[in-house]
Design a protein around this ligand. Structure first.
Ligand SMILES: [Zn+2]
Length: 301
């Protein structure tokens, strides 16, 4: 253990330099050319750690990079999962150049999750340099679209993960240093209610108030929040009506939901579908579920 500690302590400077290099290659998810530049660099670094590299081309999103390292022990590999894309648009780097303050390094995308890539590469390089054989084959997959839902990479990492003995996702630790072992599923609902406009004075009885209906829907959906189960629903945006003396014809709202299990997502979506016409359902799954888009007419509340 001492030998390892000593070695990796001696590598801190080099690791920080590599982190700076990766941070300086901006890689917003929606910019294929930018993420491809990052993939190019990651492939070079993997090769320097004696990996066998494959570049998996992305159609609209950046290319993925898959590195493989053999072990004297055959069998299922350990899959190390990282992503190279960030949420920061091109130009963020100029506004917020990387800097070091004491023990800390700051720069867009360094925490999420270029530092994860650096740590994986340092571990692989270190074991090679110290002549320590891998206890199992290692695969390292760096994806290019994690921050926008992993639509293009999902099939690849699903397939690799199923053939692995263990998957390590190198997202940054929690603030207290604890390892992240699970992520919540995330989705959003956009709800549009259509009623019937009428004059609020002369013709009130002929109107169907879309905002009133939306109020019921908001209460029902928010009411599905269950902190113990890890389920939360948040209505974050609501819009409807034109003026106070007209029964509003339409109302729209946007909800965000988070779940800790696929069953909860199912429960929530079924309830939502029963309540209303859902114009759009998007889900950015963290847990292996992906509801189909729904466009359902009529309300059976
Ligand atoms: Zn991340």
């Amino acid at each position: 253990m001492n030998r390892l500690t000593e070695y990796f302590n001696s590598q801190q400077g080099a690791m920080l330099e590599l982190l700076r290099t990766l941070v300086e290659i901006e890689s917003p998810s929606h910019d294929k050319a930018a993420v491809d530049r990052m993939a190019e660099r990651v492939a070079v670094e993997m090769e320097a750690c004696s990996g066998r590299i494959q570049r998996l081309p992305g159609m609209e999103t950046g290319d993925m990079v898959l590195g493989e390292w053999p072990s004297p022990n055959p069998g299922k590999p350990v899959l190390v999962l990282c992503h190279m894309d960030t949420v920061y648009p091109l130009g963020t780097l100029a506004e917020r150049p990387p800097r070091r303050e004491g023990e800390r390094f700051y720069g867009p995308g360094s925490l999420d999750m270029k530092s994860g890539i650096v740590i994986a590469l340092a571990a692989l390089r270190g074991l090679g340099a110290l002549g320590i054989p891998l206890a199992a084959p290692v695969q390292m997959l760096c994806t290019a679209d994690e921050e926008i839902g992993s639509g293009a990479s999902r099939a690849t990492f699903d397939a690799l993960a199923k053939e692995s003995r263990l998957v390590l996702c190198l997202e940054a630790a929690l603030p207290d240093g604890a390892l992240k072992t699970a992520r919540k599923g995330v989705g959003d609902l956009q709800v549009r209610v259509e009623g019937r406009a009428a004059h609020a004075g002369a013709n009130h009885q002929n109107g169907v108030n879309a905002i009133e209906e939306m109020a019921h829907i908001v209460l029902a959906l928010q009411g599905m929040t269950d902190y113990e189960k890890g389920t939360t629903v948040n209505v974050g945006v609501i819009q409807g009506g034109t003026t106070s003396n007209v029964v509003p014809e339409a109302c729209e709202a946007k909800f965000d939901f988070r779940v800790a299990s696929a069953g909860e997502a199912e429960r929530l979506l079924q309830r939502a579908q029963g309540l209303m016409k859902i114009t759009d359902v998007k889900a950015y799954p963290g847990m292996g579920w992906a509801p189909q888009p729904v466009d359902r007419q009529g309300a059976d509340r």
